[in-house]
Design a protein around this ligand. Structure first.
Ligand SMILES: Cc1cc2nc3c(=O)[nH]c(=O)nc-3n(C[C@H](O)[C@H](O)[C@H](O)COP(=O)(O)O)c2cc1C
Length: 296
């Protein structure tokens, strides 16, 4: 990768949708919206609502499905220079395996991000990501299907012990971990006394979750990935290079930009520039030497 900055799943489309705002080829990495075996319409609207310092979304994996993704989106992806990861979701382990098996044979994809942490669907999603035994089972099955492509497992934040989940994923063959996904939350309209979102609840993202995300990245780094040499892609409320460095110093080898794309769609480019400037100012040849450099 040319740099450690990704745009993350669900906030940057399937391929080059952000290209009206920035040169997507400047990104180090790009993660697609979650892809499922069959197309999905997603949840009832409204699906998003702004909150103080963040937003809730309950999109519900609305996506074009695997066939259309291969037919229409993959040819665009093949022309893109970032390392492209396809975020894969499903209701059963067999669903995940079927998507990955088909895409493993395709060129232009660096790897997969296994979404076992989505809180906005009735079946699948986070239900696979809260129990270490389940995490191990699904990671093993998908790793086998992914052949020579990289497998990154995306962790849910609202679990009793995130390190136990991370350890299960790594033991089962995950090449990298990404964290964090969103927190289940609710906004209420006090006039109607109903939840604002059609799905009642949604996932909280944006600056509101950043300090928790930084803490969880540091925890997983110290407890699991540091000694195993497994890279972490850190995300949760990143909008500036300074935000990005909190994650890097905590232990992330790369950083992801999500909610910020909706307010400042070219902020990833500014982050890339800011990272270079910080490295130069701190006499670092690159981000690598700063990963996990938190003083104890
Ligand atoms: C509108 C929206 C849609 C999302 N869709 C997905 C998705 O399809 N799959 C997934 O794994 N994460 C999805 N996420 C979660 C993000 O990829 C990311 O993990 C989370 O928002 C935290 O990062 P942020 O605070 O920078 O947005 C979505 C987030 C938002 C805001």
């Amino acid at each position: 990768m040319s740099n450690p900055v990704f745009t993350v799943s669900g906030t940057c489309g399937y391929a080059d949708e952000l290209s009206d705002f920035m040169d997507v080829n400047c990104l180090g990495g790009f993660i697609t919206k979650s892809i499922t075996l069959k197309p999905r319409k997603g949840n009832a609207t409204p699906r998003i609502v702004e909150t103080d310092s963040g937003m809730l979304n309950a999109i519900g994996w609305a996506n074009v499905g695997l066939d259309k993704f291969i037919e229409e989106k993959l040819p665009v992806i093949r022309k893109m220079s970032p390392a492209v990861f396809v975020n894969v979701a499903g209701e059963t382990i067999a669903d995940y395996v079927a998507v990955v098996e088909r895409l493993a044979a395709e060129s232009g994809i660096a790897g997969f991000e296994l979404n076992i942490s989505c809180p906005n669907v009735e079946h699948g999603g986070v239900s696979f990501g809260t129990d270490p035994a389940q995490v191990m089972k699904i990671t093993k099955a998908v790793k086998e299907a992914s052949r020579d492509k990289v497998l990154m497992v995306k962790l849910a934040p609202a679990v009793t012990d995130i390190s136990a989940i991370a350890r299960a994923a790594v033991d089962a063959g995950a090449d990298a971990l990404s964290l964090i996904n969103t927190f289940t939350a609710m906004v209420i309209d006090i006039e109607t006394r109903r939840p604002v979102l059609g799905n009642r609840t949604g996932g909280l993202s944006g600056p509101a979750i950043k300090p928790i995300a930084v803490y969880l990245v540091n925890k997983v780094y110290n407890d699991v990935t540091k000694e195993r040499g497994i890279p972490i892609l850190g995300m949760g409320g990143i909008r500036t290079a300074s935000d990005a460095f909190e994650f890097i110093i905590a232990g992330a080898s790369a950083v992801g930009v999500g909610t910020a794309n909706f307010i400042e769609p070219d902020c990833s480019i500014k982050i890339i520039e800011g990272i270079k400037a910080y490295c130069a100012a701190h006499n670092a040849s690159g981000v690598k030497e700063l990963v996990g450099s938190l003083e104890v």
